[in-house]
Ligand binder design. Sequence first.
Ligand SMILES: Cc1cc2nc3c(=O)[nH]c(=O)nc-3n(C[C@H](O)[C@H](O)[C@H](O)COP(=O)(O)OP(=O)(O)OC[C@H]3O[C@@H](n4cnc5c(N)ncnc54)[C@H](O)[C@@H]3O)c2cc1C
Length: 499
Amino acid sequence: MTEPTLVSPLDGDAGERFDTGSNGLSPALLATLRATGAEVTDDRTVRQEASRDWWPVSIGWAAQGRVTALADVVVRPASLEQVAAVVAACHETRTPITPAGGRSGVNGGSVPVKGGVLLDLTALDRIVSIDETSLTVTVEAGVFGPDLERQLAATGSGYTLGHWPQSMDLSTVGGWLACRGAGQYSTRYGKIEDMVRGLTVVLPDGSAVTTEGTGPRAATGPNLSQLFVGAEGTLGVITSATLAIHPIPAAEQRLAFGFRTFDDGLEACRRILRRGATPAVLRLYDEIESERNFGVTSCVLIVLDEADPALVEATMAIVSDETSEAEALDPDVVERWLSHRNDVSSLAPLWQAKYVVETIEMAGPWAALPGVCTQVLGALRSIEGTVVASVHQSHAYTDGACLYFTFVGRVSERSSEEPYGDLDAEETYYRACWDAATAAIDAAGCAISHHHGIGLNRARFLPHALGSSFALLELLKEAIDPQAIMNPGKLGLGERSIW
Ligand SMILES: Cc1cc2nc3c(=O)[nH]c(=O)nc-3n(C[C@H](O)[C@H](O)[C@H](O)COP(=O)(O)OP(=O)(O)OC[C@H]3O[C@@H](n4cnc5c(N)ncnc54)[C@H](O)[C@@H]3O)c2cc1C
């Protein structure tokens, strides 16, 4: 599967956003890497392409023909053994490794800020086995979403993982696990951390470990799979995973409602979940996003469930009960969402027109959500340059939900001579928005991310956000990766001030 091109290919050589401090790899190390059997390339164009992801800062630089950071070499292993040999060689020579899947991450997680090896895992592309009796799949880390779902659907009576991130076409199983990702149907199927049953991981010294996976809900000490879920490649390389699957559901129903206010809609969502109903999709949009996406002036709630017919009936009965005060909308609204939900083509024209466009997602308990919503929107709107700031609730659970803020700003005038405007001003505006929004989220006692993770962009916030447990994360990093070669500069570990 090929990744779609984000922006015009990099053709410039105008320097790097981050000084990697690298003097290149030695001929001896290059020879050792080649001897592993992995594909190895030091071609500059390939390295430039592989050294960025969907973080708007790296996209902005790529659009200017510039590079955020440049890996010394791109290595593409095709087996666990090759990954282990590559990592061992890097360990021997203290060479930084940045693991990468689809590079759809939006926080610069796979940007190689210290140069070294960009470890492209997309050749680990096999589905190892499907257990139709116990409902699990074992899959290599570089498999892209559509390939996994296609193979599951074609097996026996048909199965699904139920993990449908908006970036389905762009992202891999390893990236989902590394970032603790969420699919759009997470209220029924859970997030990726709920689906994982076991992992195979190559540690920073090149040794391989298998965690869990021998029986459900084991009480065999701490769950070590979860140590690597959300670690964003800082503790090891995930090479394969065993995940829970489901028979393709026999029934589906859709409903849509319009609420007078966003808070009224949040309250209805809370009550639905509280009664034990878990519709796969329960998404609520504020007035701005309802108008933009559906041409509706109230706050739109879309509901979709899929499961056994008896479960769907019961779920939708509870939904109807708890939304009786709202206006019933034509369920075609849900169809409109379904048909556009993975379409990201509207972003490129905004970037090209020099707008800064970004999304900030977070998770919080129900009690905090109305307040944090007001605070974050207020903070974003108060920053000079902001054109619009809006919000939707994207994933809901019994104890709280994910709020997903979008802001659009314009800080530099575009002239015909200077096609890409003033990148410094844009970065300053961008950082100011992130600082203000994250401060509001933190102050409300909420989690600074629900599914996009930390990467480079949120690294400066993590020590404060984790409080006393950040020291534990540092201890784990020191114990597992004492040479700090695995994905340096991420999760706020090591040098704090890189970005
Ligand atoms: C348009 C768009 C929509 C998106 N929608 C969603 C969404 O709905 N839900 C969601 O959760 N996310 C979403 N994202 C964010 C992104 O797709 C996810 O974070 C995804 O999980 C990243 O997967 P990837 O394979 O692209 O990983 P990459 O971007 O390549 O890597 C992400 C991080 O994981 C690490 N990593 C990757 N593979 C491995 C591995 N095998 N072992 C160890 N570490 C590894 C990298 O070092 C990096 O730190 C979206 C992104 C875009 C651009």
